[in-house]
Design a protein around this ligand. Structure first.
Ligand SMILES: [Zn+2]
Ligand SMILES: [Zn+2]
Length: 381
């Protein structure tokens, strides 16, 4: 089941950043695991929701495609995992001891500002990631890749598959990402003793914080290659072309994106891949119009068919379907063909197809028809 982050935080979809922040603070305060009333699972969930909704870009993606992102692997790895660990570590090492409890302002600053506090400690290391926690280099993900594709109207109804060719940074094929020339050792960093972290104590708005930060010398790796890999020059990565098959689920809406977990670029330390987002644009159809999971179209009928009733064959996304036109049908009448719409992406059946009939009045009629029509006219029709 998809998680409703708005629901979790008890805010509406239109809430401002400020309202979301406020709601999160209140709930996080209530459920903080160090408190008696605490609930770590709940707290973690709240944090996950907040990490998405407080980030305009992630929030946009979530709004666009929340439930289906879940289906394709979930937000969990994008928002929880290591990032979560960073926050908890910072808590336990710094804030928790400094503040004692999280009843006041100590708490208020913790999650949203922790990145800023760390970057204040350890300087502005170039990073495209918003995460600048102490153990960033070990836990950071590679860059996400976003691409857009176009599919046909009917492909959105039946589902489709595409093979995409991506150019991206992947693990170096020679050193497998460990940066050293094959057969040569990695040597331990003396600066941090191989831990990849150095400790610091600082006075901050949260009180005295003892915290560990990434070792600047080894970039948090704890080790150096004795001899850099000749292929990647010690970067651990290389640019590759990769083909990837993407399944587009039946029922996808125009503008939605599919997230493929782990198909983004590798992180700088070759530890974790980012994700691939495939934005889908649906081409319009000459006959069908979509409205959510319903499809609308129109069919032309003659005025005699309308007057006397008939059976016609109406086009649907699932092929032609027989449609009974009752006698005395007016132009513009819509008929519902149940379950002939688009399968629901969220599960639970499919939409319907509505056929609107339009009566065509002939521009020219034969002499015989004219005679008959004149008789009808005399009948008062
Ligand atoms: Zn290499
Ligand atoms: Zn080091």
């Amino acid at each position: 089941m998809a998680k409703d982050y708005y629901n979790l935080l008890g805010v509406s979809k239109n809430s401002s950043e400020e309202e979301i922040k406020k709601a999160f603070r209140a709930l996080a305060h209530q459920y903080h695991p160090d408190k008696k009333s605490g609930n770590e699972a709940k707290f973690k969930e709240l944090n996950e929701a907040y990490q998405v909704l407080s980030d305009p870009e992630k929030r946009k993606k979530y709004d666009q495609f929340g439930a289906s992102f879940e289906q394709m692997g979930g937000w969990e790895s994008a928002t929880g995992g290591a990032h979560w660990e960073d926050i908890m570590n910072a808590f336990r090492q710094g804030g928790a001891r400094a503040g004692g409890n999280f009843g006041g302002n100590e708490f208020a600053g913790f999650s949203f500002d922790i990145g800023d506090i760390f970057s204040e400690f350890f300087g502005g290391r170039a990073s495209s990631s918003s995460m600048s926690g102490a153990s960033r280099s070990r836990s950071s993900r590679g860059r996400d890749i976003e691409i857009a594709i176009e599919i046909e109207f009917l492909e959105a109804v039946t589902g489709a598959e595409r093979t995409l060719e991506l150019k991206k940074f992947d693990k170096c094929s020679r050193c497998k990402g460990n940066r050293a020339e094959p057969g040569t050792p990695l040597i331990t960093c003396k600066e941090c003793g191989g831990r990849g972290e150095v400790s610091q104590t600082r006075q901050t708005i949260l009180g005295v914080m003892r915290t560990s930060g990434q070792c600047g010398k080894c970039g948090g790796e704890g080790v150096f290659p004795k001899l850099n890999c000749k292929h990647c020059n010690g970067d651990g990565m290389e640019r590759v072309a990769k083909k990837i098959k993407v399944r587009i689920p039946a029922g996808i809406q125009n503008g939605e994106a599919i997230r493929i977990s782990g198909e983004g670029e590798i992180s700088e330390n070759a530890a974790r891949y980012g994700d691939l987002y495939v934005g889908v644009r649906i081409r319009s159809h000459h006959k069908f119009k979509r409205d959510g999971d319903d499809i609308h179209s129109s069919e032309l009928i003659s005025f005699t068919q309308a007057a006397l009733g008939d059976k016609i064959r109406a086009d649907t996304a699932h092929g032609k379907v027989e449609l009974k036109i009752p006698a005395g049908t007016e132009s513009g009448t819509a008929f519902k063909l149940k379950h002939k719409g688009v399968p629901s992406l969220r599960g639970g059946g499919e939409g319907d197809h509505y056929v609107t009939v339009k009566i065509v009045v002939p521009e020219r009629v034969s002499a015989k028809a004219k005679k008959l029509l004149n008789e009808l006219k005399e009948e008062g029709l």
